[in-house]
Design a protein around this ligand. Structure first.
Ligand code: NCD
Length: 302
């Protein structure tokens, strides 16, 4: 296991680091199901610092910390002194002075957890920073894919949508590369960052070509909140027609192919409801696996 004190990004982790975390997560999943409990965090506090909204990630870290016997401080920017002008660093330093073992940070600025990590005693875990990375999501997606597909070596995985603004896509690209998967990124040209190929993937704007032969398809939400100025987004209907995973497109996927989405879903835009709730969908498996993956993260870093 790497000696890093914080989990800030997947980039830079080795395959052995990720394998160790995923093996621990599998152990936690088995134990959790059979009612076996570990109390590695007993007597310790984990602080959730979410400067951006969240449904899955925040609750998942909370359940994971409690499953390890820890206490959770749930801080939200809406009820905090951020509204009185307190800076990120002051907020983080003050929370750190309360003595948590780990601080889980989500922030709209890329690099915010990296900055925080340089000023605190606690372990910092990035729960999504701007358009940069979302490492726990990358890990739980890899866990879910391996659970269903077995080895990811040579598996064809399409990531579709707003790649430009997606921290989920970036973490997945780094993580899937470690496992030897063949990744195809697909989206409208304005949502494909220049130089994307350098992350080791194929790039296309033709959805049907991207889906051909895919073992897994990861659909992404359009991050309207991250588009400054004039929106790059056409109309939802046009987007759905060109880049949405419709019932017809899902029916053409190869047998056994699976569909993922990190949530929140814009039903009928990037993903048809019937597909989101259909037999190929692993969306709720992703959510379920988030808990054991985050238990492994907290155990390794907190
Ligand atoms: C994502 C996020 O916040 O980055 N959601 C999540 O954590 N599961 C994706 C999104 O907001 O579209």
């Amino acid at each position: 296991m790497s000696t890093a004190r914080h989990l800030l990004q997947i980039e830079g982790l080795s395959r052995a680091d990720v394998e160790a975390l995923l093996a621990k997560a599998a152990e936690h999943k088995r134990d959790f199901k059979s009612g076996k409990r570990k109390a590695t965090l007993a007597g310790h506090v984990v602080a959730n610092l979410f400067f951006e909204d969240s449904t899955r990630t925040r609750s998942s870290f909370e359940i994971a910390a409690k499953a390890l016997g820890g206490e959770v401080l749930n801080w939200t920017y809406k009820a905090s002194s951020v509204s009185k002008g307190e800076t990120l660093l002051d907020t983080v330093r003050n929370i750190d002075a309360l003595g948590p073992r780990a601080i889980i940070i989500r922030h709209s600025s890329s690099g915010a957890p990296h900055l925080a990590a340089r000023h605190v005693k606690a372990a910092v875990i990035n729960a999504g920073d701007g358009t940069h990375e979302h490492p726990s999501q990358g890990l739980l997606d890899a866990f879910t894919l391996r659970e269903k597909l077995g080895s990811l070596e040579g598996k064809r995985i399409a990531i579709v949508g707003d790649i430009l603004h997606s921290r989920v896509a970036r973490s997945n690209l780094h993580c899937l590369a470690l496992f030897g998967a063949k990744v195809i990124c697909c989206g409208p040209p304005m949502f494909l960052p220049p130089g994307l190929e350098q992350l080791g993937c194929e790039v296309t704007s033709e959805l049907d070509a991207a889906l051909e032969g895919a073992d897994a398809v990861m659909m992404l939400r359009i991050q309207l909140e991250r588009q400054s100025g004039e929106s790059l987004f056409p109309s939802p209907r046009e987007y759905a027609r060109l880049f949405g995973l419709s019932v017809a497109r899902a029916a053409r996927l190869k047998a056994g192919a699976v569909v993922l989405h990190p949530g929140p879903i814009n039903r009928g835009v990037e993903l048809a409801s019937e597909v989101a709730d259909g037999a190929r969908s692993l969306i709720l498996d992703q959510v379920e696996n988030g808990v054991c993956v985050r238990m492994a993260i907290l155990e390794a870093f907190a």
